[in-house]
Design a protein around this ligand. Structure first.
Ligand SMILES: *[C@@H]1O[C@H](CO)[C@@H](O)[C@H](O)[C@H]1NC(C)=O
Length: 167
């Protein structure tokens, strides 16, 4: 019984160190915004096609870096959910893409988010950024008319030093 008194404060301390992922600003993650001068339907099909092309480990051998081990969870023209397993470090990141058509003109705004599942990952060498960026590059979406990308080092862990050739 005495032991419990000693253990309980330790347990609560440990639990408080691993809060829900979204509430932790120090957890490795990346939030960014893309704009395209093409329809959300085209953006949606491009992203989904690329995720499916990069599911097998073979695509990392072929394309290099971390361009493999993506897994589509669910997808519609408004919302895409996927996972990416890191080839080198073998942990999983969760990816979401919210697609919003801009009225009147043929264009699409995408809010993309990637977060590492393990709570202890604080620095990620920009891996969460590359999880998202590699899909946009691989699918050719970065060359779409009107493409812009907005993020910064506060929204996106180690964004400015990320090297997506490696990750
Ligand atoms: C990124 O990594 C690749 C492969 O190691 C390297 O060739 C390239 O110079 C690096 N790019 C930058 C900007 O550091």
């Amino acid at each position: 019984m005495k032991m419990l008194y000693k253990i309980f404060p330790l347990l609560t301390t440990l639990l408080s160190l691993s809060p829900p992922l979204s509430a932790d600003p120090f957890h490795a993650q990346c939030r960014l915004e893309w704009n395209f001068g093409i329809s959300c339907f085209t953006v949606y099909t491009s992203l989904v096609t690329q995720i499916k092309l990069w599911t097998s480990v073979d695509s990392c051998i072929k394309e290099g870096g971390e361009r493999c081990l993506y897994e589509l969870q669910s997808a519609n023209v408004h919302y895409i959910v996927a996972k990416h397993r890191n080839l080198i470090h073998n942990y999983v990141d969760d990816l979401t893409f919210k697609l919003k058509p801009i009225a009147a003109i043929q264009s699409c705004k995408v809010s993309a988010f990637s977060v590492s599942e393990p709570w202890y990952i604080v620095l990620d060498n920009g891996i969460n950024y590359c999880n998202l960026r590699n899909l946009a590059e691989g699918s050719g979406l970065v060359s779409a008319p009107g493409f812009t990308e907005f993020t910064n080092d506060f929204k996106c862990t180690q964004y400015s030093t990320a090297n997506c050739t490696i990750y």
